[in-house]
Design a protein around this ligand. Structure first.
Ligand SMILES: Nc1ncnc2c1ncn2[C@@H]1O[C@H](COP(=O)(O)OP(=O)(O)OP(=O)(O)O)[C@@H](O)[C@H]1O
Length: 316
């Protein structure tokens, strides 16, 4: 079953506009705006309590916004005519009836959404649960429940998918499986939003990142742009260090000589340094850009948003 070809541009878009959600005095989401577009995996990153789940719950009509809008394909979830065909989500893998078989669980969902039983078999196959389809969900491991939740999300073959911390508690095989599935769903032209508090995971899964802290937007960027933004300089080695230093400084760079004799250059990109050296006939033996790791970039960006870091590290 493939309905992708019929999607129009206004479909497959998640849009959050000036979204605010307060629980009593706690402001869980605070004037948050971002868009998620099709064709890539977008990581929704933020420390614990940043407001990721709240935002997703509002997008899925499970909670009401205090103000602002959370839209899927241009409208509110509650106004979608056939929600399962437009958006699939996995929020809590444990939220299933443990007495039912995987097949029955999906068949009930499918029936109430006018989806045929053939599709149930298809998604069970897709998530690798066909062999245990008749077994009770109560006996499933967390990884199997995650797969079942994903099968449910895929039932209506929706163009928009949302997963809340899908790799939490999974073994490496499970993590890799979910990562590859997300990437293939995005490659099919779907919009995939996946929340996590781990940059190390998102670095391997996502192309774009929406980073939030204390309910506010911190960064809306591609993984590559974030790496570029945190570039720390370029190490350059040349047999004519003095000439090169003078030329680089004249071009506005800050140049330091390291103990090994290499130059540490700030303020010029790799290609600018290469062009400049070539124009003067200065040989280069090494040109190496240095970035902070994405993990370091993330820690730096969110350092003001982590409520309980000190207590957590003491507790550890
Ligand atoms: N139903 C609720 N009632 C009261 N406060 C809530 C409720 N849901 C969330 N909060 C609070 O809102 C804030 C944001 O929580 P949320 O679960 O959205 O964050 P999160 O980014 O998903 O965090 P985590 O990574 O820990 O799941 C937190 O301070 C949380 O305690």
């Amino acid at each position: 079953m493939c309905r992708n070809a019929s999607y129009t541009t206004v479909e497959r878009v998640i849009e959050v506009r000036e979204l605010t959600k307060s629980y009593g005095r706690t402001v869980a989401v605070d004037g948050l705006s971002f868009q998620v577009k099709p064709g890539s995996v977008t990581g929704f990153l933020g420390p614990n309590g940043a407001g990721k789940s709240t935002t997703m719950r509002i997008l899925l009509g499970l909670d009401a916004a205090s103000s602002g809008e959370a839209l899927i394909n241009g409208g509110r979830y509650t106004g979608l005519r056939r929600p399962m065909y437009e958006v699939g989500a996995l929020l809590d893998a444990n939220a299933v009836h443990s007495g039912r078989s995987a097949f029955d669980h999906l068949r009930c969902l499918a029936r109430s959404n006018r989806i045929g039983t053939r599709r149930v078999a298809e998604v069970l196959e897709q998530v690798g649960l066909a062999g245990v389809a008749r077994k009770r969900v109560g006996g499933f491991s967390l990884g199997m429940k995650q797969r079942l939740g994903i099968a449910a999300a895929l039932l209506g073959d929706p163009g928009v998918l949302m997963f809340d911390e899908p790799v939490n508690g999974l073994d490496p095989d499970g993590v890799r499986w979910i990562r590859e599935l997300m990437r293939s769903l995005a490659a099919e032209g779907r919009t995939v939003l996946v929340s996590s508090h781990l940059m190390s995971e998102m670095e391997l899964t996502a192309d774009r990142l929406v980073i939030i802290g204390r309910g506010r937007l911190i960064a809306d960027t591609s993984v590559r742009e974030l790496a570029d933004r945190f570039r720390r300089g370029v190490t350059v080695r040349s047999p004519r260090s003095a000439d090169l230093t003078a030329a680089l400084a004249a071009a506005g760079a800050t140049v330091d000589t390291t103990p090994s004799g290499a130059l540490s250059v700030q303020g010029l990109a790799v290609d600018e340094i290469g062009d400049l050296a070539a124009a003067r006939g200065i040989p280069l033996y090494e040109v190496t850009p240095h970035s902070a790791t994405l993990e370091e970039a993330y820690m730096e960006l969110t350092s003001d948003s982590v409520d309980y870091r000190a207590e957590k590290s003491i507790a550890r």
